[in-house]
Write a protein that binds this ligand. Sequence first.
Ligand SMILES: [Zn+2]
Length: 248
Amino acid sequence: MAPQGAHFLVLGAGGLGAPALLALLAGGARSLTIVDRDRVDATNLHRQVLYDLGDVGALKSEAARLQLLRRDRQLCVDALTMDLDASALDRLLEAQPAGAIVLECSDSPDLKFMVNDACLRRDLAAVIGGVIRWRGQAQAIARGAACLRCVYEDPPPHAIAEQCAAVGVLGPAAGLFGHLMAHLAFALARARGEIAGALLTFDLLQMRPQELRPRPRAGCPACAGHDPSPTVTPSHPACSSRTIPAPR
Ligand SMILES: [Zn+2]
């Protein structure tokens, strides 16, 4: 369950982000920021389970905000529509309250590595997930444990990276990992030292789950110079619940 006062920043409100948001709500999250740049597309509704036909064409972050508020009017939920490059991400993270937990739910490998590096720099905990075809993975990221770059070093070259749009995503794989990411976010919010670095994978075709605890990689540029830190006490400001302009 979500600790009192915890704030969750969800990057991407699509196949992973939609179930993650529902799971955050189910687990008692009261304070959320949702970021996406796209609109709801009818062809994705089967796995973007937060939306319905009435949302088709709407900005995804705003549609997600309204869907969550329909379920709980007392939620504090902000929506931003924006592209995330390195500097925009930095400004966005700067605007988050202390102890915020980031859920990276986009389909961009480059953004996953940017989030990994920026969160470690700012001592924010994050869950970085991804699904492709029938496989998925999610890693809990925090200072003092192995990070995404410890395991993979760099994003795959664009020429060989598999694209969701080209190879597809099994809906239940996205749903499973969206929920799992929310669970990892709660675990990080409660006691980050216990779960930091854990890498969970699941191949739904082979029904083969794995939990890995990779070691930090000597010389990892994202981890260098960052000492382990205790769980940060959440300190979310007064609730706003609004559609807000992207930070500049
Ligand atoms: Zn690392």
